[in-house]
Design a protein around this ligand. Structure first.
Ligand code: GRG
Length: 294
């Protein structure tokens, strides 16, 4: 289900980064372009571009119209992972089973590759070849900036850092999840509605759907941490694999998390009712997010 969209995005980004470097659209510091490739073309699931493209399609947008903003969103997501892996943040040496960008290159290059992926995200979203009307591009950029910035992903990351090694409490944990992980997933869904030219009511409905999927995504991620901990230690502990980070599972336990996931999926799917069979692929994706194994 995800695979064909992932291939489309990978092919697009490979072609774009190669061509843009060759024809001078991205003036060549080859080391930087290479580090950007390492950060973005490394086997990610491409869940966010999938939602942009499939929701646009479900709502009647012309095929292909969502490709540039979808690829842009993946660049932005990849930037966040490159920076999240840095020594000053999570200090990770592996990402998607391969050396992180600062390990494969160096720290300064990883910072710059992240910066360049972030700016490329906006470049692609307003690209003249996207086929999108300028008004649509502006709406996308506004939403993307809002959901990825201080009131969204980056703000959530700061709150996460502020609460490290503290008993964060349920409200704060939920807020961190909604901002740090949820906001970009919500944007991925809303972007599909913006591209399809939805009215405000439909846009709000899809945004709410995205919010619920974002929460399910994070909870599934926390469950994966618990099960991978359990696999390595022989028992479920309810503790997050990321040392120092509080999770809802540590507070409420695994049983609660499984039930909560079902509730989130049910509520999210109820918002798809108006779209009948056209929403089948999005329904399957909702299930995939909640039950994912990686
Ligand atoms: C450093 C500005 C800045 C932000 C970092 C999103 C984020 C904020 C950090 C990622 C930390 C993390 C592992 C969060 C858990 C959920 C998550 C975003 C997982 C990775 O997303 P996937 O599963 O990854 O879509 P792939 O590899 O498939 O792209």
């Amino acid at each position: 289900m995800l695979k064909s969209r992932a291939t489309q995005v990978d092919n697009f980004l490979t072609g774009y980064l190669n061509a843009a470097a060759q024809n001078g659209e991205i003036a060549r510091p080859e080391r930087l372009v290479s580090a950007m490739r390492h950060g973005v073309l490394n086997g990610g699931k491409r869940i966010r571009p999938f939602f942009v493209m499939e929701i646009a399609q479900m709502l009647g947008a012309e095929e292909g119209l969502a490709l540039y903003p979808a690829a842009g969103l993946e660049c932005l997501h990849s930037y966040s992972l490159v920076h999240d892996d840095l020594p000053a943040m999570d200090d990770d040496e592996l990402r998607r089973g391969k050396p992180t960008v600062h390990i494969a290159y160096d720290e300064a290059t990883a910072i710059l590759a992240g910066d360049a992926l972030l700016t490329l995200a906006f470049d692609l979203t307003v690209h003249e070849k996207s086929g999108l009307l300028p008004k649509t591009q502006v709406e996308l950029v506004r939403s993307l900036a809002r959901d990825s910035g201080v009131g969204g992903m980056v703000g959530g990351q700061q709150l996460d850092l502020d609460n490290e090694n503290k008993d964060a409490g349920e409200d704060m944990i939920s807020r961190i999840h909604a901002m740090k992980t949820g906001a970009l997933i919500r944007y991925s869904c809303e972007a599909g509605a913006i591209i399809a030219g939805s009215d405000q009511e439909e846009r709000q409905n899809i945004r709410r759907y995205g919010e619920l999927v974002g929460l399910a995504f994070q909870l599934a991620d926390d469950l994966l941490d618990v099960t991978s901990d359990a696999a390595s230690m022989g028992k479920a502990t309810g503790k997050d694999a990321d040392a120092g980070k509080s999770t809802l599972i540590a507070i409420h336990g695994v049983e609660w998390a499984l039930k909560r996931l079902d509730q989130l999926v049910e509520e999210a799917e109820s918002l798809l009712a108006p779209y009948g069979e056209k929403a089948d692929i999005i329904r399957a994706a909702t299930q995939f997010v909640a039950k994912r194994q990686s």
